[in-house]
Design a protein around this ligand. Structure first.
Ligand code: NDP
Length: 432
């Protein structure tokens, strides 16, 4: 039984993860929050105390850490007795935190693919450039590493796998659609780290079409989707992490990612990008000051966590899966709707942070109870999705399914009777 948790990072996602760990610390154990800026870790601890989120007894502590320093990270894992590390810091940290986990035997979780500061949009599949190179090391150490277990990547990987198992004989396509129909009331802001957000869109777009990688330009392909709750929504073909593992692990010929953007976002993005203000390459000012334009833009934009108090509206993120069952064509949407205001009332965060922070804690709980403690490196679609979806249904992220039988809450054990619950899949404590 693994219990004590070290959360790395103190941004919006870490805030949610810490609250959810506290709410479920009967299944988990001590909770440690460590990041570059100690004050932000302390603020998270204070907000957990203010909201009374912590259910069971156990330590709740803030730490200062430079997570690029592997030895310092190992020392903190050991001194806190942490058996599970939730890495929700900047994606530049992934490989150093993972190394610390492999060398201490702690389980490793993250919610985004590793980024090399000097490279934007590496060749596909992205996981092969960094994470998968450590697969053998993980296996040799018997260390569990679950990659990309936020919402997208993460839950959408599980949705794709679940839909394939439960509803289809053959799958022709998975379209992952991410619509944020919320409004934060600011002139311009990104919903998570602006630097990472912009890096996703400044290069070419990789999609998986006809069993191979296809490259296109950002905003080149758009499509309107008819979605529950948020209605008819325009989304653009976008490169995204989950395509780079699902394409390898699921054997589906077409997997695409579509993200909703308003005209205002596209205009601002286009201006910044055209001026070179989204470049990761340093420039020198006339005064001899060296500046990375993208880091400057990040510094002047709102902190995504600060958007939460005024955010209203909902997100709808899901997988539209097409294929055949019993030789008949079929189409199934597996999805979640999340309300910004509800998230703020529960944990003081907006829905984008919430939808990323809840799954990573659900995964930590499944490691703690042994169900997902696989002692090797995996992407989410390689794991049984049923205990994950079932647990999240009880943690505030409810999965729904829309098909020819209508629209309903998805109980993964009822919808797939052929693969009924095994004793290992029983979650050992009620979840919040
Ligand atoms: P933030 O930028 O708000 O938080 C990142 C945190 O990492 C900050 O607290 C930052 O510290 C800390 N950090 C940066 N460098 C270091 C370092 N060297 N040592 C220790 N800490 C460091 O990001 P978010 O909370 O919005 O996102 C967190 C992660 O979740 C990102 O990887 C993001 O891509 C991912 N994400 C995933 C989603 C999904 O659905 N899969 C959705 C949304 C986000 P400081 O405060 O000092 O800057």
């Amino acid at each position: 039984m693994k219990r004590n948790v070290l959360i790395i990072g103190a941004g919006g996602v870490a805030h949610v993860a810490a609250h959810k760990c506290a709410q479920n610390n009967i299944s988990l154990g001590d909770i440690h929050v460590a990041s570059r800026t100690l004050g932000k870790c302390k603020a998270i601890v204070d907000s957990i105390r203010e909201k009374g989120s912590q259910r069971g007894s156990g330590l709740l502590k803030a730490h200062q850490l430079d997570a690029l320093d592997v030895e310092a990270t190992k020392a903190l894992i050991r001194s806190t007795g942490s058996q599970i590390v939730i890495n929700v810091g900047s994606p530049f940290l992934n490989m150093s935190v993972m190394t610390a986990c492999i060398e201490t035997g702690a389980a490793y979780l993250d919610t985004a693919i590793h980024e090399d500061p000097d490279q934007v949009c590496e060749p596909p599949p992205w996981y092969a450039n960094h994470e998968w190179k450590r697969r053998d090391a993980c296996r040799a150490a018997g260390a569990t590493a679950i990659l990309g277990v936020g919402f997208d990547p993460g839950v959408v990987n599980a949705y794709g796998r679940f839909a394939m198992d439960a509803y289809f004989d053959e799958v022709e396509s998975i379209d992952i659609i991410d619509i944020n129909a919320g409004s934060h009331g600011r002139y311009f802001a990104t919903n998570f780290d602006p630097e990472i957000n912009f890096r996703e869109f400044t290069s070419n777009v990789w999609s998986w079409e006809g069993g191979q990688w296809k490259s296109s330009r950002m905003f080149e392909h758009r499509k309107d989707w008819d979605l529950p709750v948020v209605g008819r929504s325009t989304a653009y073909l976008t490169g995204h992490d989950e395509l780079h593992s699902m394409s390898k692990n699921l054997g589906v010929p077409n997997i695409r990612f579509w993200m909703g953007f308003g005209d205002h976002y596209i205009n601002v993005f286009t201006v910044l990008n055209s001026l070179g203000l989204l470049s990761e390459k340093p420039v020198r000012t006339a005064e001899g000051l060296e500046v990375v334009p993208l880091k400057l833009v990040k510094a002047v934009l709102p902190d995504p966590a600060s958007l939460a108090p005024t955010y209203i509206g909902k997100t709808c993120i899901g997988d539209l899966v097409k294929g055949t069952k019993n030789c008949r064509p079929r189409e199934v949407l597996v999805y979640n709707v999340c309300d910004h205001k509800d998230c703020y009332e529960e944990v003081g965060s907006q829905a984008i942070s919430y939808t990323a922070g809840v799954p990573v804690v659900a995964a930590a709980m499944l490691i703690a109870n042994g169900v997902w403690d696989v002692r090797q490196m995996v992407n989410v679609e390689e794991l049984d999705p049923k205990p994950f979806i079932s647990l999240m249904n009880r943690m505030g992220l409810v999965t729904r399914v829309r098909d020819e039988q209508g629209d309903r809450v998805l109980d993964p054990y009822k919808e797939s009777p052929a693969t009924a619950r095994s004793p290992k899949q029983v979650v050992d404590a009620p979840a919040v």
